[in-house]
Design a protein around this ligand. Sequence first.
Ligand code: DGL
Length: 261
Amino acid sequence: MERPIGIFDSGVGGLTVLTHLQTELPHENMIYIGDNIHCPYGEKSKEQLLSYTRQICDFFISQNVKMIVLACNTTSANVLSELQVLYPQIPIVGVIHSTVHDFLNRDTKNVLVIATQATIQSHKYQELIHHYHPDINVYELATPKLVPLIESGEYKNGIENTLNHYLQPYLDKVDSLILGCTHYPIVLGQIQKVFPDKEYISSSESICQEVSSYLKVHQMYCQQTKLGEIKIYTTGNPKEFRYSSEGFFHYQQLNIEHLQF
Ligand code: DGL
């Protein structure tokens, strides 16, 4: 059970999931992949997403992982069930179910879901919320400018204007906001400034409980007493990856290696 957990996203966004997982499961070994060469995922077709994620899953399997976490809403919305069929030997979890459950626990009636184009087009959030509660008003909004602003590191200079442009029309319409992209918690502070006093539900946080429960129920917890080993790879440029994530991710001597499939 010392086998690592494999976690991936299109870039630095999934590090928000990794951070929560490290807190929740400090003894687990983990391998993170940021598929920056193909970022942003939000504008890709289902076929493209499946091809990228198959390469990643094949790599994880070569590394003998015990579980794969899609730290990415776009792939969770579009290719999760396909990957589960292709790799039946390994548990694969996405972020959307746990985020919706987290949202339903908040007991709010009008929600805005912000996410990438491909997640919004799938209508997965709306479908799942309405499956449990048909009376909840679900507004869906694609916010495609955000991931490039975060990946480039521009968010560090403030992106309130862009956030305001997207969110302002919904200020009086909703009482809660689902951050349906794992990149968005990186700018949560800025979101709260332009869109205050809402319930904020982050897919990066919600997924951790599900991973932890799964490992517990299946007796797959790592038994070691030392802190888990974390390996980080990017298919892009490690320097750029470090620059964009240094504002929110604490590296503590972690190296970022380049990965080529
Ligand atoms: N962070 C990912 C998500 O949760 C992917 C964003 C992108 O690459 O467009 O959707």
